[in-house]
Design a protein around this ligand. Structure first.
Ligand code: AMP
Length: 213
């Protein structure tokens, strides 16, 4: 077994997934982020791509979801009478490529845990995304514009989000997403765990972190 990932307290199913991938040692960002996220605390982390930051937040998020039942009854009854699982985790990314990569990581690291994920971005049809949401999604990875489109059309309920992640927050601000981020923050519950990842720390990022964490 993989003693170093096990020592962080990750469940056997997650240790097995990283062992399958050939990871032997957690990276520095993983050593810091995994225990903090597992403990439920908010986190502001400086991390570039290539440092293993994705596993740094995805592994402890999967651990929390798999070990803690949803705060609301799992068979949540949607307004239109259909029972479905509420979205419990929202991960926002600046680009569709990054969204797809992060969701791929969720599936890879979560292959032995019974959780569902979905990637959502613009430029493709809404209907397949609506169908997928109806079938139930625990972890949603999205770019801000399409996310807000769904919310505006009432095809997405974010009122049960327990964990909110802003990945590559500096790039999101560079791309002009600040207003969208503020809109999303107004939609998700005030009481949640928030994680902010950024490679750089401008005054704008610090202001956003103050607001979020
Ligand atoms: P990221 O910084 O999240 O984009 O990850 C960069 C790359 O490192 C990805 O290809 C991961 O599969 C890989 N990786 C993440 N964590 C580890 C680890 N503990 N040991 C070896 N490779 C890892």
């Amino acid at each position: 077994m993989n003693s170093s990932f096990e020592a962080l307290g990750l469940s056997e199913a997650l240790v097995r997934a990283v062992t399958d991938l050939g990871y032997t040692q957690p990276t520095p960002i993983q050593l810091q982020a995994i225990p903090a996220v597992m403990a439920g605390t908010d986190l502001l982390a400086g991390a570039q791509t290539g440092t293993g930051k994705t596993a740094g937040f995805v592994l402890p998020i999967l651990h929390r979801l798999a070990t803690q039942p949803a705060t609301h009854a799992a068979a949540h009854v949607a307004p239109h009478g259909k029972s479905r699982k509420p979205v419990r985790v929202l991960i926002l990314t600046p680009t569709r490529e990054l969204a797809a990569q992060v969701e791929e990581s969720v599936r890879t690291y979560g292959k032995h845990v019974p959780l569902t994920s979905m990637v959502m971005f613009g430029g493709v049809g809404m209907q397949p995304q609506i169908d997928k949401l109806r079938r139930g999604v625990d972890i949603l990875v999205a770019t801000p514009g399409r996310l807000l489109d769904h919310h505006g059309q009432r095809t997405l309920d974010l009122s049960h989000v327990e964990i909110f992640v802003l990945d590559e927050a500096d790039r999101m601000l560079d791309m002009g997403f600040i207003h969208d981020i503020k809109k999303v923050l107004a939609i998700v519950p005030a009481k949640k765990q928030s994680l902010l990842f950024s490679a750089t720390f401008s005054d704008e990022i610090k202001a956003l972190a103050d607001r979020l964490l």
